[in-house]
Ligand binder design. Structure first.
Ligand SMILES: Cc1cc2nc3c(=O)[nH]c(=O)nc-3n(C[C@H](O)[C@H](O)[C@H](O)COP(=O)(O)O)c2cc1C
Length: 189
């Protein structure tokens, strides 16, 4: 099969995780923004990154408070995930409209979403102005998991019904089935 060079150049990165990033500023309602440009940046210390456009209501909140929450939604909350990605906190109280229950982080002041099975509290270490987006790198200072999803020191991730996003078609998807475990190739090839 021959290859086509795509012009103009584009990240074409797929699938993308889809998370709900939470943030708050003193004296204002807490906010939620749907984010697909995100990922793990470092294991030790545990760090994650989120890319936010400067025009988003959340952008200045994260820039000023220097902290954010990363909440992993389940597929049952897909419609709310989409809503938080099309409505702005400039006009809407997204916690209220979505019926999400906020709970306060233990290590930070960030609001987290109870209905999301996994929640991370992050403290911003770097804010990189990259162009269209600011890439906020955050150190994970606390992680919370629904009690029943934590077994033998690990997250029962399939029971959290992960959601992914497919940027090329702007579709959401759930995961199919596990195909094997890390190191499955050992000694075979
Ligand atoms: C699936 C999905 C992924 C998104 N990913 C990002 C992203 O990575 N960065 C970003 O700045 N906006 C992203 N957006 C757009 C924001 O979520 C959207 O503009 C939102 O309304 C901004 O909310 P705010 O103004 O309350 O901050 C995404 C939207 C959707 C639906």
């Amino acid at each position: 099969m021959s290859k086509k060079r795509v012009e103009p150049e584009v990240s074409l990165f797929y699938p993308a995780p889809v998370v709900l990033v939470t943030c708050a500023r003193e004296g204002e309602k807490p906010n939620i923004i749907t984010i697909a440009w995100t990922g793990v940046a470092c294991s030790e210390p545990p760090m994650v990154g989120v890319a936010i456009r400067p025009g988003r209501y959340s952008h200045d909140i994260v820039a000023a408070s220097r902290e954010f929450g990363v909440n992993f939604p389940s597929r049952e909350d897909l419609e709310k995930v989409d809503f938080c990605g099309v409505a702005s906190g400039k006009k809407v109280d997204k916690f209220e409209r979505c019926g999400f229950t906020p709970f306060e982080g233990e290590a930070t002041g960030v609001p987290l979403i109870k209905e999301c099975p996994v929640n991370l509290e992050c403290v911003v270490t770097h804010a990189l102005d990259l162009g269209s987006h600011t890439y906020f790198l955050g150190k994970v200072v606390a992680a919370h998991v629904d009690e029943d999803l934590w077994q033998d020191g690990a997250l029962k991730v399939w029971d959290a019904f992960p959601l992914v996003y497919l940027p090329p078609t702007a579709e959401y998807a759930s995961l199919g089935k596990a195909l094997g475990r890390y190191c499955l190739s050992k000694g075979r090839i």
